[in-house]
Design a binder for this molecule. Structure first.
Ligand code: UDP
Length: 238
């Protein structure tokens, strides 16, 4: 599939058109950003890790009945995906308190919840991706009630499957973010974007060590090594 012109460049990926209007090529970058783009850096090899890991996770999820944008990986950093219109809602699932949850409620990180939490952020950089309640998403017609029900069902399946999978890789799935899109050809809601150490919090089961983007956010060091180690564990269990 031939890569045509770039149609979008985000913080972590570039997106290219192909000759098929319903398929795009994503090209993962090594750039890392945090705190709404205020902190910037590079993590050598991150693009290749996130691309490969995401594709492994999407392959597993497809088998469990969650449709995704994955068509096929075409190189270390590039993947052919279905063209979607991304819904401007970030879907966040949490199993354990951390990050903005711990900060918002003034609690420590590491509290295990009885049930996973489900929340939306409004995907809007100018506003800093604020937390958004469902009725506001409906009021602004960002998604329909049916879309939200489908998204909730898929997101909870993703959580159950990923929790099991990561545990086998000796990693605790603390929380993660998903993005869904509407397939431009079929109109169906499918899982898009990525699943990687940039979008999940993963703690080593034995040591509690953070093995995700918090190492970058909090200057904990060993960035390249950690991203590579997560991919190795994932590959071993896939
Ligand atoms: N997350 C993400 N992109 C964002 C915001 C959050 O991938 O723009 C992920 C983050 O890595 C974590 C989960 O979503 O796994 C929950 O993040 P949180 O709301 O705690 O925000 P943060 O602490 O990252 O600001």
């Amino acid at each position: 599939m031939e890569k045509k012109e770039m149609i979008y460049e985000g913080k972590a990926k570039k997106v290219y058109r192909t000759e098929d209007p319903y398929e795009l090529i994503v090209d993962y970058k090594d750039d890392a950003t945090a705190f709404n783009g205020q902190k910037k850096g590079q993590i050598a090899g991150k693009g290749a890790v996130n691309n490969t890991m995401s594709n492994i996770m999407f392959g597993i999820l497809e088998e469990k009945g969650v449709p995704t944008h994955l068509v096929k990986q075409i190189s270390e950093r590039e993947t052919l995906v279905r063209a979607v219109d991304i819904l401007p809602l970030e879907v966040i699932i949490r199993n354990v308190s951390a990050g903005s949850f711990a900060k918002r409620y003034g609690v420590e990180e590491g509290i295990l919840f009885d049930e996973p939490t489900f929340e939306f952020s409004y995907k809007n950089d100018d506003l800093g991706d604020p937390l958004m309640v469902e009725s506001h998403a409906l009021a602004l017609k960002l998604a329909t009630k049916e879309d939200i029900e489908v998204i909730r069902k898929y997101a909870l399946t993703v959580n159950e499957e990923m929790k099991k999978f990561f545990l086998e890789a000796n990693l605790r799935l603390i929380d993660f973010k998903l993005e869904f899109g509407r397939d431009r050809e079929t109109g169906k809601i499918i899982l898009a974007d990525e699943i990687s150490p940039d979008t999940c919090r993963l703690w080593d089961v034995d040591t509690g060590e953070k093995m995700d983007k918090d190492r970058f956010r909090r200057d904990l060091g060993n960035l390249e090594e950690t991203y590579r180690a997560v991919l190795e564990r994932v590959k071993e269990k896939a």
